[in-house]
Design a protein around this ligand. Structure first.
Ligand code: BES
Ligand code: MN
Ligand code: ZN
Length: 493
């Protein structure tokens, strides 16, 4: 979809097939609305009076004027009271407009979107491509009948503030890069486990590295992981026919090439059956999404490269599969992690933390500025925060606060959960240093406590995306979260 910003404030001489025009609920007419009314000899005024065109937020009216002065189709959209107009309301009207245009098979439009409230224009242009992609995204690779592409292919936004033209264009480009990254994450995350195994994640990483010369990609297979004593990671993958592979994507964009990097670690369980502590059948299909953390890392690294951010970033996709098998690890096993800490396996379904703990030790070698892990780690997080908020925990208040702020700015929300020493008692073991599963109470926090034992050497935050990474039911599919939040965080650095 092409989005143009045009330095013009007259709408009636635009060549587009359709003009999209905001109507407010204050009963005042914008200059553009007056212009359209004049061109139609007061016809629009009549329709507003009769309330066939309404200023109510999100209400649309699609019509042809029939006037010779105005050949274009017209789409009016209510934007509510001008004083109350904000980004949330802007998103509502964008969704309403784009859905209507697609339904009406309109090809190209001119739109007065940036004339409603100049204070939030930067946020609006950053969100616009993301909202469009969310509406138009399709995962139909495996369908015999593909969904038709939307006819809508060009949007011209009218805008007259010359001084802001450059910065508005910049924000639009950022929004487009984030939208593409979210799409890339969705498509990897949506792949079924019989296609997407750790090897597949590695190949995707390699391909990304070929496309962007600023990215250096390397892969560590089971042999290499064994040499590094990453025994907890390896134990989880032992029951699977698919090799465990850790894919590392390095980006060096800082002026000072040796500047400390930001490190992202993504849980990449390409399937989580639960292992010997096998999961119930209902909903087990959705455990193909247990690699959404790794898919997020992929998308963020793509965005970082395309934005050419002036920082160093390392992204790790911890690919692995958790299966029951004669060779699988078992409840009761005691594992010696790369760090030397020993873990008593209580439940083989608490596998994510076992994979992550070794990777968190591995990344010490980068002397990171901060490490953020992203993981579909606990069902308990869905109980705590539902599907709207990603859970954030960590060992540094400032880092946690920065991530929450970034999540609000990106409208990809996260909420901090407490993780103090009171919870640490729950992961004591009678025969090893710690257990891998600590019962139902505060399950999201005790999982983070487990990880915290492996992150003492640097600033660390943990994102539990169990509730936000995908949707179930009729709209089943990956969401691409929290790519937008993490890109926002990295841009703020
Ligand atoms: N991948 C799951 C967490 C999960 C479950 C995410 C459902 C989204 C939806 C994770 O590996 C897991 O199984 N966690 C267990 C931990 C428990 C055994 C301590 C859980 O949440 O039940
Ligand atoms: Mn599990
Ligand atoms: Zn899992």
């Amino acid at each position: 979809m092409e989005i143009l910003i045009k330095n013009s404030l007259t709408i009636t001489d635009q060549k587009s097939e359709c003009l999209v025009i905001a109507v407010n609920a204050d009963k005042t007419k914008s200059a553009i609305l007056k212009e359209v009314d004049d061109a139609t000899n007061g016809f629009i005024h009549q329709l507003i009076k009769s309330e066939d065109i309404s200023g109510e937020l999100g209400r649309t009216a699609f019509l042809y004027s029939g006037s010779n002065n105005l050949k274009q189709k017209l789409l009016f959209v209510g934007c509510g009271k001008l004083k109350e107009f904000d980004l949330t309301r802007a998103k509502t009207i964008i969704k309403a407009v784009i859905t209507t245009l697609i339904e009406k098979k309109v090809k190209n439009i001119s739109w007065d979107l940036l004339t409603i409230c100049s204070a939030i224009n930067h946020d609006i242009v950053k969100q616009l491509p993301q909202i469009i992609n969310d509406i138009t995204y399709n995962f139909d690779q495996f369908k015999s009948k593909k969904s038709p592409l939307p006819n809508l292919n060009k949007i011209t936004l009218l805008f007259s503030d010359k001084k802001q033209l450059k910065s508005i264009t910049n924000y639009l480009v950022q929004g487009q890069i984030i939208a593409e990254a979210v799409n890339a994450t969705k498509t990897i995350a949506n792949m079924p486990s019989n296609v997407c195994n750790a090897q597949y994640l590695a190949e995707q990483g390699k391909k990304l590295g070929k496309k962007h010369t600023s990215l250096k990609v390397s892969c560590l297979g089971e042999k290499e992981l064994a040499k590094l004593n990453m025994n907890a990671y390896l134990a989880v993958g032992r029951g699977s026919e698919n090799e465990s592979i850790m894919t590392v994507i390095e980006y060096n964009g800082a002026k000072d090439k040796s500047a400390q990097p930001y490190v992202l670690v993504g849980k990449g369980l390409t399937f989580d059956s639960g292992g010997i502590s096998i999961k119930p059948a209902a909903g087990m299909d959705e455990m193909k999404y247990d690699m959404c953390g790794a898919a997020t890392v992929y998308g963020v690294m793509q965005a970082v490269a395309e934005l050419a951010l002036p920082i160093n970033v390392v992204g790790v996709m911890a690919g692995c599969e958790n299966m029951p098998d004669g060779n699988a690890y078992r409840p009761g096993d005691i594992l010696t992690t790369m760090s030397g800490i020993t873990v008593e396996v209580i439940n083989t379904d608490a596998e994510g933390r076992l994979v992550l703990c070794d990777v968190l030790t591995y990344v010490e070698k980068y002397q990171p500025k901060a490490v953020i892990d992203i993981a579909t780690l606990t069902g308990a997080c869905i109980i705590a925060l539902g599907h709207h908020y990603t859970g954030v925990m960590g060992n540094n208040e400032q880092l946690v606060a920065q991530l929450v702020t970034a999540s609000n700015n990106a409208d990809d929300k996260a909420w901090a959960l407490p993780i103090d020493d009171n919870f640490q008692d729950q992961i004591k073991s009678t025969c090893a240093d710690i257990v891998n599963a600590a019962g139902r109470d505060g399950g999201t926090i005790t999982a983070a406590c487990f990880l915290s034992r492996f992150t003492e050497k640097y600033q660390w935050a943990h994102l539990d995306i169990a509730g936000t990474a995908w949707k179930s039911g009729a709209s089943k599919g990956a969401t691409g979260r929290p790519v937008a939040m993490l890109v926002e965080y990295l841009m703020a650095q």
